[in-house]
Structures are given as C-alpha cells and as structure tokens.
Design a protein around this ligand. Structure first.
Ligand code: AMP
Length: 386
C-alpha cells in the first residue's frame, strides 16, 4: 500500500504496520476501526458496541501495539503492561493470533501470551516471564496471580473483549477481583456486542469519560449474508442436511445444533455417510476442541458441527456456509451464528432448517431481526440417494 495514501496512516497508524495490513488485504478501515484507532492512540477510554465480524479486534490491537511500541512499556519481573480479558479459550487464541500477526512489522515485537483454563497451568506459569501482552480468561488469570506468576500493578492498558459474554458466563466476581488489582491510572477499552444493564454497570465501574462507538447497526454485514430457510420434516433433517452439503458442493461448512448430544449425533451420521465431520462443544476437552478447530480452519475438515457455545469464538476467514440444523434459543444467537459467514466484506450463505414445530419460534427470531425469509418447501426433494 502506498504509505502516503493509506487510510490507516490517516488514522495515525505508523508505517511499521502498513505492509502487514496490505498482506492481509486490510485496504480500508472498518467503521469501528475508523472511530476507535485515533481515540485509542490518543489514550482515551473506549466503549465499543460491536459484534465479532466488525473488525473490532484489529480496532484495538493495532493502536495498542503502537502505543506499546512508542511508550516502550517493556516491563520486567512478571509485570504485564497490556492485559486483555476474554470470555473463552477460543477468543483468547484468536486475539493472540491477531496480536502476533499485526506486530510483525515492529522492530521489537512484544511477547504475547494467551492463558485459559482447562489445560495445565505449569507451562503458562513458566511462559509468563517477560510477557508484554497477556490475553486471559478471568479464572485462569486469577490462578496465575495467586501463584505470583504474574502481576497487574503496572498494567497500562486493559481491554475487556466481549464483556457481555464474560458477564453471561458468570465471570462478574472474577472480573471484580482482577479490577481491584489494577493501578488506578490506566487506559480501558471495553467491547461488547450488546449494551445490557449488566454491561452498563461494568462500563460505569471501569471506564473514565469513554468515547462511545456504536456500530451494531451494520446492515451491510447481514445483507452480505444470503439467508435461506427450509421447511423440513424432523425425520428428513439428516438426509436433507447431506443433500444440501452435496448438492451445493460445500467444502467448508459450519453446522449448528442446540445441544452437545445432538452435535455428536449429527457429526456421527454425516461421517457414516462419507461426509467428514467432527463436533466441538463444551463437553470436549480443550485439546480436542482446538485440534478440531485448527483442522477445520486449515480446510482439512469438511464439516464442523458446533453448539452455540462456540458461535462467537470461531473466526475463519471467509467461511462460505453456515447451516442451522437446529434453531438457536435466542435471536441474538441466530445473529452470532450466521455472523460466522460473510465476514469482513466477503459474502456467505446461511441456511436454516425449520421443522413444523419450530415455525413459531423461527417467527420470533425473524421478528427480532426485522428480516423475513420465505420458508422454502422441501417435500419434493428426492433424498433417497443422499
Ligand atoms: P473481528 O470483528 O475482529 O472478529 O474481525 C473479523 C474479520 O475481519 C477478521 O477475519 C479480520 O481479519 C477481518 N478484518 C478486520 N479488519 C479488516 C479490514 N480493515 N479489512 C479487511 N478485513 C478486516
């Protein structure tokens, strides 16, 4: 990218970042980046109301890296200058990847580390030495603090990513404990997909005169996703799923179910019919989940069957297809699910299977979305050979 004309330069992003932005095809900042980058560089607190898919991660990673680089906050003795709190392991790993990716052009790169529960703590304790950017789920962070593997008294920038989800998952107490350990003077960046009362409470507690950036209404984002809904009798759902995957020649598709049990069942059935599928859900070990996700992201696994637990954490460049095999409970989850496709200005398709029994609930979802789909009939589709 021509340095002089890069729209990221216009926001104050230094030349060191421009080649990686070009390599990653970040040609134009997304709306949240346009608003957040200058404010973060300026040292302001931020309340960003934005969903995954809006480019929110880079909206804080870029300016935080630049601030770290300029201020030379290279802290020692297990003090970390940048702390990012996240609700899930998947998001922790994803944010770590973005930090490492975008730091590539810096003359001195920060040591970035993601820590989360469900895996052995020992390697994390050892790895904590000289960490400059720590990305953590709240529970494991507290364990590491209790064992004196890390200190928060010199944190310069705190990021709370997916604060709403953190509260939904019951991390309020842990968050309060972490907040109490931070120095008073620091920069705070809080991101949330929604603005609930609970989120409001946290923002009041944490943020100081924040710049409020709201990009929840991103019509172009949902419009990019072609949505179709099919009316399917319950006993024809399995065959119809195979029919969709085969007839549309889907090579990378994320299928959502409403329970872990059902995810396993759908993945088993698909595999038995020669469509390579694996399930990820809360009952799988962290190791198994990360392995499956990595295979899927690398294009080595055709179908990933997942529950809503993962719908926010999965970030895959241009995932072409999402199928709702079972409806999500809430309209919010529906948006999160279909938001896995058509990301960052690439188009995607989201299909939903609706049984006659599901129809009233699907109406509720559509009403909340203010978007109505024609329910396509499938009784005539020949499913014998799938
Ligand atoms: P996020 O909302 O942070 O989960 O980002 C969603 C996706 O958008 C990620 O795959 C990013 O790599 C991509 N992305 C973020 N910012 C941009 C940009 N300015 N241009 C193109 N893609 C972007």
């Amino acid at each position: 990218m021509d340095k002089a004309t890069s729209p990221f330069s216009a926001l104050g992003i230094s030349d060191a970042f421009l080649s990686v932005l070009t390599d990653e095809n970040y040609s134009d900042p997304t709306p949240i980046q346009l608003a957040a980058i200058p404010a973060v560089l300026f040292g302001k607190d931020i309340l960003g109301i934005a969903k995954t898919g809006s480019g929110k991660t880079a909206s804080y990673v870029l300016p935080v890296l630049q601030r770290w680089d300029e201020a030379k906050w290279t802290l020692k003795n297990r003090h970390v200058p940048v702390l990012v709190l996240v609700p899930t392991r998947e998001l922790a790993v994803q944010v770590e990847t973005v930090f490492n990716l975008l730091a590539q052009g810096l003359a001195t790169r920060p040591k970035v580390m993601a820590v989360f529960g469900g895996v052995s703590i020992n390697p994390q304790m050892i790895g904590m030495q000289d960490v400059q950017v720590l990305i953590a789920t709240p529970g494991r962070l507290l364990d590491l603090i209790d064992s004196k593997a890390v200190h928060l008294a010199q944190v310069q920038v705190l990021v709370l990513d997916e604060a709403d989800k953190m509260l939904d998952l019951g991390f309020k107490e842990e968050m309060d404990r972490v907040l109490a350990l931070l120095p008073r003077k620091r920069q705070n960046l809080l991101f949330s997909a929604t603005l609930s009362n609970a989120v409001n409470e946290i923002t009041q507690l944490v943020l100081h005169k924040p710049e409020v950036i709201q990009v929840t209404d991103e019509p172009q984002e949902v419009q990019l996703i072609e949505q179709r809904a099919f009316r399917v009798e319950p006993e024809r759902k399995g065959p119809f799923l195979r029919y969709l995957i085969r007839s549309m020649d889907m090579h990378q598709v994320l299928v959502f179910t409403s329970s872990s049990h059902s995810a396993d069942h759908v993945a088993d059935k698909l595999s038995k019919h020669g469509i390579e599928a694996e399930a990820v859900h809360g009952k799988k070990s962290n190791h198994a989940r990360l392995g499956t996700l990595a295979r899927f992201k690398a294009g080595k696994l055709r179908v990933l069957v997942a529950t809503d637990l993962l719908s926010r954490g999965i970030d895959i460049e241009a995932l072409p297809y999402v199928i709702n095999y079972e409806l999500p409970r809430s309209p919010k989850d529906y948006v999160h699910r279909i938001g896995r496709t058509g990301r960052a200005e690439r188009s995607g398709m989201a299909f939903t299977l609706v049984t006659p029994e599901d129809q009233p609930h699907f109406k509720v979802i559509q009403k909340k979305m203010k978007q109505w789909l024609t329910l396509e009939g499938t009784d005539d589709v020949d499913l014998k050979s799938v």
